[in-house]
Design a protein around this ligand. Sequence first.
Ligand SMILES: C[S@@+](CC[C@H](N)C(=O)[O-])C[C@H]1O[C@@H](n2cnc3c(N)ncnc32)[C@H](O)[C@@H]1O
Length: 243
Amino acid sequence: MKTHCHRFSLLFTVFVFYNLSFHTVLAKDTRQTYTYGKASRDGIGKFYKGREISKVMGHLGASWLERPKREQEERTDLLVKGLDLKPTDHVADIGAGSGYFSFRMARLLPKGKVYAVDISPQMIGIVRSKMAKEKVQNVEPIQSTITQTKLKPNSVDAALIVDAYHEFSHPLEMATSILESLKPGGKLVLIEYRMEDPSVPIKLLHKMTEKQAISEMKTAGFKWEKTLTMLPQQHFMIFRKPQ
Ligand SMILES: C[S@@+](CC[C@H](N)C(=O)[O-])C[C@H]1O[C@@H](n2cnc3c(N)ncnc32)[C@H](O)[C@@H]1O
């Protein structure tokens, strides 16, 4: 009996110390991940790897996202084609906004589905209204948080982020959560306006360099596969979750 009690208290002590040190490391990492400074006009004063995070686009921007000229300006048709989706794929549209890409992808997935993930209840409301109006059944709106996609682990074949990652207030936590939701070998396509190109008429904090994006995704555990150059204004960056 005495030996059992002794073993138990030893195990308990190890358990407590393990947890304490684990949480200390986590707390330390979180403190070191981001730095803080004076916010610029379009930023939140929080920096990740030297990049200032942009303010979030509110739901009032939905009409801009749905503007008729968008397809021609950004060649969104080429973007969707470049995703190379299979009819059975389950795809997450992270920072889906009004669902511009969710609905275009859903048409290509007769046996699959799209998770339209967004932190904004108003944007999720817009997606729901469109689903009802257009009688679409293979889009599932998901109200996420600033750090969590709320998708099931290892559940999606591909994830798409268009013009949204630069405004994630917790980019490392979000990228980690997306990585968890992907099946092993699953694909993340990250679309951001090209910072390297001064002729792209977009606010600076809404643009990213390819180098910066690759560095941030690698830190979360993604493998960079390639960057496609067919879009007129944006990088089309393909990453994989390691097998
Ligand atoms: C500029 S809109 C882009 C919408 C859509 N991807 C498109 O291209 O039409 C960015 C969206 O990201 C959402 N967002 C911001 N932070 C987020 C986060 N941490 N997780 C999920 N969505 C987020 C915003 O609510 C907004 O709807």
